[in-house]
Design a protein around this ligand. Structure first.
Ligand code: PEP
Ligand code: MG
Length: 301
């Protein structure tokens, strides 16, 4: 008989008091699949899709979207894969898309742009819906500010699902969750009852909380100084998500920096999406802490 599958070597790490912390991967480019061992992770916590958009032709190529989502699900096996819908605008502009492009972090970006260009949102929704046949797919919406945006995108998914079902395509409704990266949303998670899960995006939260752009070096110190405010905001959000019984995690870069791990644990986070090359450092940081963020006590000498 063939030996049983070895258990996943990674994917969780226990704190000093035995609380399990899930560690998922952040994937920016499908080329990474070849060099990252999936057994080290509890799946993909954030798959950015802006890399698909090297040209408008790619952007509007449903098959290209679909194939890449399939590839991600194949890589992850039976673990969940959370794909984020296009977060264009702000720092991720695309020339010549024909979209009303916004250079502003405060303008038409993320879900705002998708809802302004519904044909693009519908194409991506169809590719995602088709990919559900190949694994545990979740969909993450970027830059959600008010519940209406979440509701509008959910309606797009329902309509596209109905079309695919009528055509006999194998599909189902994926869980749809939201990035928490706009302060107005972070304070009001209880209003987003349609969100299946929440993921804190601290890269953007920091810039909106400190009024210090993430790409402006001259205010980098202020951007970094937002960390305590972010953690206080996260603690409040985690309490709301827990009361709603919705999973909540973090996918911003703070979770890939060991110095922030104590405060993020203290804020109540238990699901971390990390840059794959920081995994070892984050595992050892968490292993050295109690679940309230305090350091593992030295043995009495
Ligand atoms: C974030 O804002 O923290 C995030 C993960 O998204 P991005 O960096 O792609 O804006
Ligand atoms: Mg963001």
């Amino acid at each position: 008989a063939r030996p049983a599958e070895p258990p996943r070597a990674g994917g969780t790490i226990e704190t000093a008091d035995g609380v399990a912390i899930r560690l998922s991967a952040i994937i920016n480019d499908p080329l990474e699949f070849g060099s990252i061992d999936p057994s080290l992770f509890a799946g993909i916590g954030l798959m950015r899709t802006e890399f698909l958009m090297t040209s408008p032709t790619d952007a509007f190529n449903e098959e290209r979207h679909y194939e890449i989502y399939r590839q991600a699900l194949r890589w992850a096996g039976d673990a969940p894969v959370i794909v984020r819908m296009l977060d264009l605008g702000g720092d991720k502009t695309l020339p010549d898309l024909g979209a009303r492009k916004s250079e502003s972090f405060m303008g038409l970006r993320g879900i705002r742009l998708l809802l302004a260009r519904p044909e693009l949102a519908r194409l991506q929704a169809r590719a995602l819906l088709r990919a559900t046949a190949h694994g545990r797919l979740g969909v993450l919406l970027p830059m959600v500010t008010v519940p209406d945006e979440l509701d509008a995108m959910s309606t797009i998914f329902e309509e596209e699902l109905a079309v695919l079902v009528r055509r006999g395509v194998q599909t189902r409704m994926p869980e749809i969750g939201m990035m928490v990266e706009v302060p107005a949303a972070a304070l009001m998670l209880d209003r987003f009852s349609r969100s299946a899960f929440f993921s804190f995006g601290t890269n953007d939260l920091a810039q909106y909380l400190a009024a210090a752009a993430r790409d402006d070096r001259s205010v980098a110190e202020l951007y970094d100084a937002a960390a305590p405010a972010i953690c206080r905001l996260i603690a409040g959000g985690v309490a709301l998500a827990d009361a709603m019984k919705r999973p909540v995690g973090i996918c911003g870069e703070m979770a890939s920096e060991p110095r922030h791990i104590p405060a993020l644990l203290a804020a109540g986070l238990r699901n971390f999406s990390v840059a794959p090359n920081r995994l070892a450092d984050i595992r050892s940081a968490i292993g050295g802490l109690y679940s309230d963020g305090l350091p593992r006590r030295r043995r009495a000498e």
